[in-house]
Design a protein around this ligand. Sequence first.
Ligand SMILES: Nc1nc2c(ncn2[C@@H]2O[C@H](COP(=O)(O)OP(=O)(O)OP(=O)(O)O)[C@@H](O)[C@H]2O)c(=O)[nH]1
Ligand SMILES: [Mg+2]
Length: 458
Amino acid sequence: MSKVRTDTIAAVATPPGRSAISLIRVSGPAAFEVLNKVFKTGGKKTFPLPHCAYYGSIIEPVSGLIADKVLVTTFVAPHSYTGENLVEISTHGNMVVVSKVLQLVLQSGARAAEPGEFTRRAFINGKMDLLEVEAVAQLLSADSMTQARLALNQLDGLPSQFVSRIRGLLLDHLVQLEASLNFPEDAIEAIDEHILANELKKIVAELRIFAENARNGSMVAGGLKIALLGRPNSGKSSIMNYMLGRERAIVTEIAGTTRDTLEESLMIGNYAIKLIDTAGLRKPGDRIEEIGIERTRRAVDEAFALVGVFDGSSYPDADDQLVLAELQRAGKPFVILRNKIDLPQNLPQDFFAGQQQLAVSAVKGSGLDHLTAALNDIIEQNGLADYEALVLLGAQQSVALEKALVALERACSGVGHLYQDMLAIDLEEAVRELGRVNGETVELNTLDLIFERFCIGK
Ligand SMILES: Nc1nc2c(ncn2[C@@H]2O[C@H](COP(=O)(O)OP(=O)(O)OP(=O)(O)O)[C@@H](O)[C@H]2O)c(=O)[nH]1
Ligand SMILES: [Mg+2]
């Protein structure tokens, strides 16, 4: 579906199954004509008046039989979700009835919509830019209120305004640069490279913060990954199970029980978390364990924060030292747990060299509320709670943003040393890539990739 289509489309916007109400959307230039063929209003209002709700019946044109009693709402272009004439039909939520009504609408001149086609039209018609489109996609897939708020905040348009403003500024500089390059003899003011360098520096600084907020946004949206790390038998899987409230991971007294990483979702406060149980760190005994430990290291790299689990009942060994070193090496926020405090303690108090430790027992469940609180604090102290600042980008938008930043950093360091035509090339790239972030420069086939993640009817 690479070309822009302007025919009239229809789809069920609500999930299948029985419910009080289902919603069918019809959008396009002929939306009202299509409805006129199948809808008889019960009241005195003539159909279709703009922005009105009508109670009436969907009638099978040939037999004259009623397919359903419905509520029809009209939206006139450009004041609708898609920017086109749009009708929403609220039917009874029974799939037999819903399918029949949709079938009649399709027989009356509408075409079945493809996934994301309503939102795609909203984008094409300038009702939203690509940042808002991404926000809609993420709102539909949010698992927590924090994720939903993040998306709703983006729908308010601040990130869109930011990208559009920065792109506009760069475009102005580019135009000036091109003008002085192409018409040097005309009375165009020469570029003051000192001023240009300063302005580009300011823009780079703003864009760096935006990119950081986008990286944090994607972490929050995807569920913050927290990995449990510890030597075999320290109690990682027991802690995972306790936090999940079910026996997800196998727990035995045999060291090396967990061989693969296990990932499960849970909520900590308002945040969607992906808790990762890992294979215990030690010198691997066999090939399977070696692969498991490689995966543990990958989980550490991907995690946002780490939980180091130590067995308080046993004497520390080289594997515990390895875990401690790994926690420090990773450069991520971490929490240290002294597990098994229900048993006599043999792990010296000073083993963690003054680092704060939380005393817990996975078997008794004691102290683990402190772990939840500590993780909550870590999230909030790392700028991940400030959903008004966070930005949600799709994969292609993230790539484009990073490219824009690189081009701009290059331009920035080149002012004063590079030929102006080289600067112009970098500025042009930054402008083009930022246009891919908000959709001001986006190819039609790229749109296919963006909208195919949506459901039909959205
Ligand atoms: N007494 C006591 N035993 C515990 C506690 N936590 C775990 N255990 C026991 O310690 C043993 C190992 O627990 P696991 O949760 O399998 O440890 P693990 O760190 O996942 O071990 P690997 O998967 O081998 O790396 C099991 O016998 C658990 O019942 C605790 O708080 N107190
Ligand atoms: Mg385990």
